[in-house]
Design a protein around this ligand. Structure first.
Ligand code: GUN
Length: 283
């Protein structure tokens, strides 16, 4: 059995660090505030938003929830974002995705002030990640880098393979590993020789969205395996990695649940703290 990378333990450490810093800011009279917008009734989104609110409360971050009806127009949503962009007590703005189909996701994301874009979805923040000069990193890749650092897993000179090229996970993940001097390959649905490429990986990140996609024959002995998957299989949460088969080959592996998942909210809290510090001219 390989070493288990425990997202619950590492996210608790991140949250503790954020909580202490928030408390120090509060002593200086500075508050930290996050606005979370949710449009419509998607049950999964409602749970995510409730969890974000709970995390804020536990860390001393002020949270404002804007639960808007499905019928909300783009003009109304853009109006709310404008108000929150200008609101001093709000340091971070997050609009829960997916949005109802009549709302243009790109236009909404672009309306959030880059200084308050704690998801790091705005093109300005995406570009800043590309050039390696960034404050905010999307929460999932940020959480993975935090896990690697916590576990003292060296990336420099390592062969890193990221399966998945989404804007939220795959692409920023690849850039962060590159900034840490990894030799990075991004694989996707059109990749040829996927198995051979994965077998060359010292660090393998699976962000595919298909249950048990990564099988033991794709993993090199001693590789570090990071599973971003959140798939439902027979009602159970299941990762992109065939955990039972891969765990004996990998030197370290993240489980699902309890791996990357718990890191994402912790990193959102971290981004919100960073936003508050920057907006107050600190750090
Ligand atoms: N929906 C699922 N994950 C996320 C996320 O990280 N941010 C936002 N805004 N919406 C999401």
């Amino acid at each position: 059995m390989s070493r288990l990378i425990d997202g619950k333990v590492i996210s608790a450490a991140v949250k503790e660090r954020v909580k202490n810093e928030v408390s120090q800011l509060n002593e200086k009279g500075i508050t930290v505030g996050l606005a979370v917008i949710i449009v419509g009734e998607d049950p999964a989104s409602k749970i995510y938003v409730a969890n974000k609110k709970k995390a804020c409360e536990a860390l001393g971050i002020i949270s404002e929830e804007y639960a808007l009806p499905e019928s909300t127009t783009e003009k109304e949503l853009l109006g709310l974002i404008d108000t929150l962009n200008a609101k001093k007590s709000i340091n971070g703005i997050l609009c829960q995705l997916p949005l109802p189909r009549h709302l243009d996701e790109k236009r909404i994301i672009n309306a959030i002030s880059p200084e308050k874009d704690v998801d790091a979805f705005h093109p300005v923040n995406v570009g800043r990640i590309m050039i390696g000069d960034y404050d905010f990193v999307p929460c999932t890749p940020a959480g993975i880098m935090e896990m690697l650092a916590y576990e003292n897993i060296e990336t420099e000179g390592k062969r890193c393979v990221v399966i998945g090229r989404s804007n939220i996970v795959g692409k920023p993940m690849a850039m962060l590993l590159l900034h840490k001097n990894g030799t990075v390959t991004i694989c996707h649905s059109k990749t040829r020789n996927l198995k051979e490429i994965c077998l060359g990986a010292d660090i393998l990140v699976a962000a595919v969205g298909k249950a048990k996609f990564v099988t033991a024959d794709m993993v090199k002995e001693g590789a570090v395996v990071i599973d971003v998957g959140m798939n439902r299989e027979n009602g159970r949460l299941c990762g992109d990695v065939d955990f039972e088969a891969v765990k004996d080959k990998a030197s370290a592996i993240t489980p699902v649940p309890g791996g990357v998942g718990p890191m994402t909210i912790a990193m959102l809290m971290q981004n919100t703290l960073t936003a508050a510090k920057r907006q107050n001219g600190i750090g």
